[in-house]
Design a protein around this ligand. Sequence first.
Ligand code: GBH
Length: 441
Amino acid sequence: TKISLPTCSPLLTKEFIYGVATASFQIEGGSTHRLPCIWDTFCDTPGKIADNSNGHVACDHYNNWKKDIDLIESLGVDAYRLSISWPRVITKSGELNPEGVKFYTDILDELKKRNIKAFVTLYHWDLPQHLEDEGGWLNRETAYAFAHYVDLITFAFGDRVHSYATLNEPFCSAFLGYEIGIHAPGKVGKQYGRKAAHHLLLAHGLAMTVLKQNSPTTLNGIVLNFTPCYSISEDADDIAATAFADDYLNQWYMKPIMDGTYPAIIEQLPSTHLPDIHDGDMAIISQSIDYLGINFYTRQFYKAHPTEIYEPIKPTGPLTDMGWEIYPKSFTELLVTLNNTYTLPPIFITENGAAMPDSYNNGEINDVDRLDYYNSHLNAVHNATEQGVRIDGYFAWSLMDNFEWAEGYLKRFGIVYVDYSTQQRTIKNSGLAYKALISNR
Ligand code: GBH
């Protein structure tokens, strides 16, 4: 079993960038060396994390980072996507924390030494708790605090970085964190989600201005997640509910950035749910980006509902351990549709992967289902390129098993297995296949 692509594929050229991705809170640990963040607080709230775990140790990447870079190098990848923990590099008074900055500059120097491109995400959900105490993403000031942090950190990193992403998946921060409350900070209410989303998008725009100033030669953009929406039937009601869901969950983040407006469904929302949009905000949000990062995992079916605006339908068919449907065709459809709908910058697939069972056999970790997932989804990316979509790179989520947010350590997305009692890493068969694909280009 291996990953095989058509021989003519642009995914088989040396120019195509292959990488692996992680995020600070999910792998680092080392929590005593930084300020508390909203995920520390969320983990301490009973009933929020499936295994009652937290991020204090995680993969102990804080102490193992050099060995982890050895591992990354051994996979033969061109790039490593990591995120910066805002509460590790900034103090409560808003200055740089030298210990936190050194942690990352050491990593970035080491990556550079080994010719591995650093794709740096500036916010992957670990908001400093003291900012949440002031309202977090419901407070417009948080967007300005973010731009200030970005100003300081990009200056400190200098020329060590290949690409910056302002935010990872603002949908998750706003909707999961402030509307349905299954992610930190766990706020619930339709009056919160759109307000948080607007401040996140503003934070993105303000940070883009800073990046253009401080770091004009890096590729600067944002990472959005998309879960394509499919109607359960041909009934007009179901089709309309599905279109609403797509605008509410996916295009809500994409359209302001590309077109400078929210989807038209904003007119249908009650005034209590609306964001507070100041003059000039939409221009800040919609300034040009050098690339768009796309995270894809699954699709979702919807139908109409008598009182709610839409109803998601529990997936059937082949599922991952997360209960997410495996349907690679929707990945191609998503990329082609986005390309037809918007004037896109180059795309990087910044995350794609699956939580799947791992079976051990004589020291070998045989994760055939994960390997199948990579094979079919890389072919889906290839098919999109055949239809004219420009895609410049692909990152596997994730380098290694890690803290899977509300699922704790129960779900494993790694192409490398982590034994949490010894912190030993073992490359799974999917990782070996990924390595072979990259080296055989
Ligand atoms: C990413 O989020 C994160 O960036 C990453 O940190 C995380 O570890 C990884 O994915 C795996 O979860 O929720 O049933 O409606 C992805 C979040 C996944 C949210 C798919 C929407 C739709 C299926 N998205 N999900 S469901």
